[in-house]
Design a protein around this ligand. Sequence first.
Ligand code: WTA
Length: 692
Amino acid sequence: DHLRHVESLSTLPSGAGKTPHLNAVILGDALASEENDLVFPSQEFSSQALVSSPAQYLEMYKKSILDPSGFWSEIASEFYWEKKWPQQQQVYTENLDVRKGDVKIEWFKGGMTNICYNALDRNIDAGNGDKIAMYWEGNELNHDGSLTYTQLLHKVCQLANYLKDIGVSKGDAVVIYLPMLMELPIAMLACARIGAIHSVVFAGFSADSLSQRIVDCKPKAVITCNAVRRGSKVIQLKDIVDAALVDSAKNGFSVGVVLNYENESAMTRECTKWTEGRDVWWQDTVPKYPTTCAVVWVDAEDPLFLLYTSGSTGKPKGVLHTTGGYMIYTATTFKYAFDYKSSDIYWCTADCGWITGHSYVTYGPLLNGATVVVFEGAPNYPNASRCWDIVDKYKVSLFYTAPTLVRSLMRDGDEFVTRYSRKSLRVLGSVGEPINPSAWRWFFNVVGDSRCPISDTWWQTETGGFMITPLPGAWPQKPGSATFPFFGVLPVIVDEKGTEIDGECSGYLCVKNSWPGAFRTLYGDHDRYETTYFKPFPGYYFTGDGCSRDKDGYHWLTGRVDDVINVSGHRIGTAEVESALVSHLQCAEAAVVGVEHEVKGQGIYAFITLVEGVPYSEELKKSLTLAVRKQIGAFAAPDKIHWAPGLPKTRSGKIMRRILRKIASRQLDELGDTSTLADPSVVDQLIALSDQ
Ligand code: WTA
């Protein structure tokens, strides 16, 4: 019964490995029915893939669902355990049903291990000490560096020894507020080595946000750097930390130690404001410590990290991940979703301040002994070719990014891409939001030369790793669909009442079982954990996302259900409308929000960024509306089109819809914190264009 959602795979038209990627090439941006548009992996790709056919996937998936303990303990045995988990029939304990008592998820409890040891020492022992663990590419061209696995281990041990020396021990929290220097993953791994809990705060958050997180988790130390260059800007991070610490002290918590990395290329130490007795220079101190450091073995269920993420209401939630299950899950998902080979060079454009940077810049790839590119800068600096310059420079074979970046590069024009070879690329990846089919096609055809499968990975901070994702050599893709569940995951679609629905359907995406990488609680607030995720649909983990399943069993994520607009009783996903708008050849990017509407309940308000050089016109508004009418229906036609030279995005590229909703509803005095925007001036531009 559990297998019914994937069995359709066995009835897909055969042709994997035979048909080239013709469909995607020919259809281009035509408004064809996406669902019938199968894009097959090439014979060459499939034949070398870890999973090379639907049948092979089905066999593995079946085992993972029918015998999770067997499936996952076999994989877990490839890792080092100081003490193996007690040999039980069942390696996990789960209760996802609030009606049956407290929600509880545990994997491999009683086993003792260490994720830093498994990522570094284990790979070095296997003979990979001289392999490059990280290439570092600075913001400026020709500013770079690298570390082998052995060099990385030495740096991690020195910092771990320093942290121990200042009194950080197992179970203590450490806040890390760093940009994409190699010191960021080094700091995460150093914490993990000694059993400390890291809480990385994205270095684009304001002092207020940082302070809030510090007060919540009460760290023994904060690790930061004085400043960073991103694009043409210099951001003085230590000033932000200083302000955050003043604020946190007012709120009852004082931080004893601030370890500062001197990021010389952005700011010298002479210019850095200093608090004697609290502030320490990394370079003066850490290198004096020994390059070996004994591992602190921790229980599989001991906490590894906290990562704050925003909910629809209230203060940020501290998502807590533990060690053993997260380790196995991130390693395994990385390996299969990118079809990882030891010769691959992998680059993920995400910042370690987000879950993607935790699971797929740091832990997943390093656990596999991969070579990872860490990039400090902005993807369009000094120009829109930067990504491809980096791809060619390091011979990147696996490139993982977000749809928003794909769309903005698409807007800049193909020449920036085609000027570079990109022949090293093998697999492309997408994460963070649904990728609209036209961006998918551009990514596929232009960036990947119609050669590289795209892994559109659906997952969340809460899930720790990929949940629904293509296995690139296994089955044909459909542009815009995240395809099928990863091993061990049982996604279900439920209706309003929480009843599972089958076949071609659309509803709320839930998960029916636990998987090793699942978060275990919200830090200090297990009640909120249960209320937010397990009470809406009792018996299930509720993802907060809408999803539909097509006749072939493919999953299509339709966006957060909190972003669903209800127009005259019709439920419309903002992502659906955006995808329709962006399919218009003159539309580069679209963001849709709901606004109050007298008659319809809610109206659809669309912010539109046009392709470079296209002028605004009333006629264009009409044809954009027509594109939506054509793809979805008249009920989904936007009520208002608002020209947007740029959209308010965080530095990680997420569109801040909160701000768009306020602009759309003219609540201009309630715009809130705009400090994390990549370019706060777009807000003023948008306001100025309100009545155009
Ligand atoms: C969305 C990021 C569609 C989704 C890893 C989810 C996606 C939220 C995809 C989690 C995807 C992420 N297709 N939607 N491939 N990936 N999302 O916690 O709405 O920052 O609930 O984790 O992003 O965002 P988070």
